[in-house]
Write a protein that binds this ligand. Sequence first.
Ligand code: XMP
Length: 491
Amino acid sequence: MAKDSPPRGTFTEKLQVPEALTFDDVLLRPAESRVEPDEADVSTRVSTNIDLEIPILSAAMDTVTEAETAIQMAREGGLGVLHRNMEPERAVEEVERVKRADETIIRRENVVTADPDQTVSEVDEMMSAEGVSGAPVVDEDDTVLGIISGTDIRPYLELGDFDAVREAMTDEVITAHEDVTPRQALELMYEHKIERVPIVDTEDHLAGLVTMQGILARREHQDAVRDEKGRLRIGVAVGPFEQDRAKAVDDAGADALFIDTAHAHNLNVVDSAREIKDMVDADVVVGNIGTAEAARDIVDFADGLKVGIGPGSICTTRVVSGAGMPQVTAVAEVADVAKEHDVPVIADGGIRYSGDAAKALAAGADAVMLGSYFAGTQEAPGRVITIKGKKYKQYRGMGSVGAMQSGGGDRYLKEESEDEEFVPEGVEAATPYKGTLSGELHQLVGGIQSGMGYAGAESVIELQSEAEFVRVSQAGQQESHPHDVMITDEA
Ligand code: XMP
């Protein structure tokens, strides 16, 4: 309180405090329903201009989201948010990887090409190293001379692997121009029984490549979240004062920037976030906050508000600082303000089960962000480790010593100096290895849909407006989990 502010009553009055609730304190009250869970519509909006097919985001943490997670999240209809414990140049590369992942036309710079004078065995090695099964053959001017594939190479490998590519390649190449549609490209491939079509410019120079595999892979992901150019979407975390990173990833095509700090109601952060919003084309989501007052100070310029002060599984903010807001109340407070301005709300942290996600949505969130739930997946950064015969992956808080030393200490508005150590607000941990992200998302979304079925809500908006909560006693909470049995098969 400033020196001249009027007193706010006595200390004992100060202790007459409101109650704040979290996930285990409440349950959704079952309601009359005709909603079949499989048909419940989980599509939503994560920020002013970005719609999602599922209300799920992967956390901006260095053990959760890099390009691989982001690609899979977007393919499944959600959004990955790239962490910021990396140089801005690398963040740009990660954004570019996501943007390239499902492009119909592989752009020239990413096409593996062969030289007509290379030997057949050299090209064979090159193709297996690059993970492709065929390559356009181009001359020095990038004019397409032919195409070479595994099928062309095979007969040569035994007889004449020192023969030149020009001997082995197919020189009657079917090409197309840049405006070819996926359907036209497929028709060409079926008609000529080929698997790839080089794209050429008006002077027959190589401009890209369309492959059968690429088109079919894209068709598999009908629910993918794409930008206006048909590329997968990605969110990127930027520090509250990192204008350079914000500009760089915005130029690279990031769809949403997530101003990433543990306390976004710091007014210097608010000023800086406002400046960043004015600089970029991407949507700007601001977080984390946990109160209505914070929401009011930010909602006029933000495209989304992210909620979570201390609920995360690896987080020690509340024990270290004594500050925080139980997550269900925090979400509800922020959502009350955000709804008046039609700004989406993201509940970030503390979600252990799909039921917690359903509760967060019912409390007013439009989407949820998870870290620990995804850290054990195949796509998360880091390798699988085996401890006593069980598989794990590393999961660490971005406020842990290790993560802060790799950058990003300013998330906690702190910097390490030569003679002063960080005060960490998170721990380093291991989490069981879980297999594919898509399997985890299936469970998570299925559980949310079940919750919608019980609450009688056909859509996320109906879940927000219609679902009611009941307060759960400690005994009720115990009853909610498996009890009085010996579990033989963990769900
Ligand atoms: P879950 O519970 O899904 O939470 O693992 C992920 C979210 O936790 C936040 N986060 C932290 N919070 N100290 C904190 O106080 C930390 O070290 C830390 N690391 C991550 C973050 O919002 C993330 O999305």
